[in-house]
Design a protein around this ligand. Structure first.
Ligand code: NAD
Ligand code: HSE
Length: 365
């Protein structure tokens, strides 16, 4: 059985949920998927670092039994109070680095460095962090190719709903003229709660408790999170190379109770819509803005943390993919789907350097 050793960078909602999946379903997944997962390192800004490369690796059960705010690796065997990210990422033997620290919508750091260090060390990366993908995706993919490593980021758009992989693998032979969608679970959830009569602050708090919101929810409600996702969609699906300044951005904070009531009376629903459209000259125009949509619009019925992306194609017309846009477990599934993609690359011969090392050093059976 092939085994992949994982280093988890950031141990908040998403990577903790990945650890839960591994702890609770690891054996079943191994039987079904043909590979085992072992966590050998975890770093977190608040808890520190924990490294255990021998035996079964890190025993996840006691970590998962501890409340997130109370985790402290410093007293544990292999633990340190510092999140020794660079050392862990570059030097601790691991096959795949799962990056799930805060998204920084301004310059992508420090996650961008985390991803770069891993790829430079020939380790594959899976991430749900939008910053590195939106702001440096092209360079990071090139680096990954140079080092024979994989760079997978399905969860950067629509959480575990496979919107990027659908576009990459299922649309061969189609011309895509544009994409538009509801790409932020928090703001969509909040808009629904405003429709139900709640105030903005209370609705934001609910979204935080449910694990949908960014560490700083300003990114959700001001549209910056959607701007990163629109950039990723435009760059990945339409072959663009957009910068933040290319995407105009307006969030939902100017939508008041009166706007909601007036829209409802007219049979409309406010939605935060991100879009990227190919112009006749081949360039791509992209924006993020709220829109009051009529009930028969395909995006009007998308509620709560559910998101949807509509692809406008020549031969199929509009194809819409809808599913969870946020949530800890849903996003951890995105990381698992990335790991599965890395495994399949390995099986089909597009072998990555870290997998080769795994086979020589750590693979049994
Ligand atoms: N939660 C979701 O629904 C969701 C969905 C899609 C994408 N994402 C993205 O996934 C990432 C993780 O999301 P989350 O919900 O787990 O966030 P979170 O805030 O719950 O967890 C982030 C963790 O990273 C740690 N961290 C921050 N900076 C660090 C650093 N420099 N070194 C080590 N640890 C660091 C924090 O201490 C925290 O525990 C974010 O980038 C987010 O945008 C989240
Ligand atoms: N905060 C983001 C997480 C998913 O990227 C959202 O609500 O959509």
């Amino acid at each position: 059985m092939i085994r992949y050793d994982l280093a988890l960078i950031g141990f908040g909602g998403v990577n903790r949920a990945l650890a839960e999946l591994i702890a609770e379903r690891g054996d079943g997944l191994a039987a079904e998927l043909g590979f085992a997962l072992r966590v050998v390192a975890i770093t977190d800004l608040r808890a520190g670092s924990l490294v255990r490369t021998e035996g079964a690796g890190i025993d996840l059960a006691p970590l998962l039994a501890t409340a997130p705010g109370e985790l402290d690796f410093s007293g544990l065997d292999g633990g340190s109070p510092e999140p020794r990210n660079e050392w862990v990422i570059r030097d601790v033997p691991a096959d795949i680095v799962a990056e799930a620290t805060f998204t920084n919508p301004v310059d992508g750091e420090p996650a961008l460095s985390h991803v770069r260090w891993a790829l430079e060390a020939g380790k594959s990366v899976c991430t749900t962090n939008k910053g590195p993908v939106a702001l440096a995706g092209r360079a990071l993919k090139r680096l990954a190719a140079e080092r024979g490593a994989a760079f997978e980021f399905e969860g950067a758009v629509l959480s575990g709903t496979p919107v990027l992989r659908t576009a990459e693998r299922m649309f061969d032979g189609l011309r895509i003229s544009g994409v538009e969608g509801i790409m932020n679970g928090t703001s969509n959830y909040i808009l629904g709660r405003l429709e139900a009569g709640l105030g903005l602050a209370d609705a934001v708090r609910e979204a935080q408790l449910l694990g949908y919101a960014e560490a700083d929810p300003t990114a959700d409600i001001e549209g910056h999170d959607v701007r990163l996702k629109v950039m990723i969609m435009a760059n990945e699906v339409l072959g663009a190379d957009l910068r933040q300044e290319d995407v105009s951005c307006e969030g939902i904070t100017a939508i008041g109770a009166r706007d909601i009531e007036e829209a409802a009376a007219a049979g409309l629903r406010w939605k935060l819509v991100g879009s990227a459209v190919r112009r006749p000259d081949g360039t791509v125009a992209a924006r993020v803005a709220p829109a009051a949509l009529p009930a028969d619009h395909p995006l009007a019925g998308i509620s709560g943390a559910t998101n949807a992306v509509a692809f406008h194609t020549d031969l199929l017309g509009t194809v819409t993919v809808s599913g969870p846009g946020a949530g800890r477990t849903e996003t951890a599934y995105a990381l698992l789907s990335d790991i599965i993609a890395i495994h399949r690359r390995h099986l089909t011969g597009a072998e990555t350097a870290p997998v080769r090392r795994t086979r020589e050093e750590t693979v049994r059976g």
